[in-house]
Design a protein around this ligand. Structure first.
Ligand SMILES: C[S@@+](CC[C@H](N)C(=O)[O-])C[C@H]1O[C@@H](n2cnc3c(N)ncnc32)[C@H](O)[C@@H]1O
Ligand code: SF4
Length: 369
């Protein structure tokens, strides 16, 4: 029997809805929403357990757990006792050396809930900072200001727990945004890890005209990467930077296409089969899920795409298998000529390469025999 040792749980509620957010979320209207969510998780857990046994799999003690959202820190002590009961019922447990993350929003005022999560086994917080500029935060409809970032990070940094910050680029601003000054402010709190996402929105976005031009955005990204690397953070994935040994173990499971359990609407899981894999996705209606079967070839292409997004392995073999000898030479030459490769001799992308991921994948398809 094969084991799953990673689990993602999606909590869908938020205090207010940010005007750029493309994740599955709802505005929390009353505590009745918690009851609805918990009832739906109960059904999903039951269905998930059944699905595992159909594929001759079991959930081992968890190396990684990630509770994301939405704003799961809103769930508070109630969430801790609910998950504790759920885990006990199915014999699921947190591994003793695991990485167990909870996403939190800086607007949090009462830290006692976080203490309960820590006692239960959460040992990493991911804090959605997004920007240090109060003007920008207001424009995004965020419920926090810089003073909230500062007080929550003070608490977290003092508690000594491993933590990560989310920051966004491509944000609507009246002038040129000083991202480096914002990063300076954040590094004062000595985070272990930073995720830096480019905001993706359509042209109908309310503040579309205030977004930086493409060239400026490229500068924001490359300047951020240069700055963080000079401060000791490795650029280990397109949007992620970490101190050595503090890379997100949970996300590495995704990027290395490892087995992953999932619960909660919109959450996706994956498990390997002997001749490919199965992708599971939870839908909004009736706690149902879809299953997508991936054959070996689909899986190899996905692995190449995912691994190329990281510096966690040499892509040489995957490229060779996909493109054959002469085309793979042409591909590596294309990467080298454009200065997209790291200078440590490994065939993996540097920050400039990460920025150009889409055109690099286009090149893979162009050369595909
Ligand atoms: C879905 S949120 C959940 C965490 C928390 N609720 C928060 O917003 O701080 C996870 C991260 O996704 C990123 N995000 C949300 N909407 C995005 C968008 N349209 N484009 C890029 N990143 C986005 C934000 O950086 C956010 O921290
Ligand atoms: S708080 Fe996070 S999840 Fe909620 S709407 Fe804002 S970005 Fe989306």
């Amino acid at each position: 029997m094969k084991e799953i040792r990673s689990l993602y749980i999606h909590f869908p509620y938020c205090k207010e809805i940010c005007n750029y957010c493309d994740f599955y979320k709802r505005r929390l209207s009353s505590t009745n929403d918690f009851s609805k969510f918990e009832a739906s998780l109960e059904i999903m857990a039951q269905k998930f357990q059944k699905l595992l046994s159909e594929y001759d799999m079991t959930m081992g003690s968890l190396d990684t757990l990630y509770i994301g959202g939405g704003t799961p820190s809103l769930w508070g002590e109630r969430g801790v006792s609910f998950l504790d009961r759920l885990f006990k019922r199915y014999g699921w447990e947190l591994g003793s050396n695991g990485e167990h993350t909870l996403e939190i929003n800086p607007e949090i005022q009462d830290f006692s809930g976080l203490e309960q999560w820590r006692q239960w086994g959460i040992n990493r917080f991911s804090v959605g900072v997004q920007s240090c500029s109060d003007d920008i935060l207001k424009r995004l409809n965020r419920t926090h200001q810089f003073r909230d970032i500062s007080s929550s990070l003070d608490y977290i940094a003092k508690s000594g727990v491993n933590f990560s910050l989310d920051l966004m680029l491509n944000l609507p601003s009246t002038g040129t945004r000083d991202v480096i000054a914002e990063l300076e402010q954040l590094l004062e709190f000595d985070p272990d890890h930073l995720s830096v996402y480019m905001m993706t929105v359509g042209s109908n976005y309310a503040h579309y005209k205030m977004l930086p031009m493409e060239e400026k955005l490229e500068d924001e990204y490359l300047n951020t990467a240069t700055f963080l690397q000079a401060r000791g953070y490795e650029h280990y994935e397109v949007s992620n930077f970490a101190k050595k040994g503090r890379e997100s173990r949970h996300n590495l499971q995704y990027w290395k296409a490892q087995n992953m359990g999932a619960l909660g609407t919109s959450a996706t899981g994956f498990f390997h089969l002997d001749d490919g894999g199965v992708r599971l996705k939870w839908l909004a209606s009736k706690d149902a899920y879809t299953i997508e079967l991936l054959n070996k070839e689909d899986l190899e292409l996905e692995k190449l795409y995912l691994l190329m997004r990281t510096n966690q392995g040499d892509i040489n073999k995957l490229v060779l298998d996909r493109l054959g000898e002469s085309q793979s030479h042409a591909f590596i030459k294309f990467l080298a000529n454009n200065n997209y490769l790291r200078d440590d001799g490994e065939i993996s992308l540097n920050s400039k390469g990460f920025l150009m991921m889409d055109s690099i994948m286009d090149e893979v398809f162009r050369l595909d025999p």
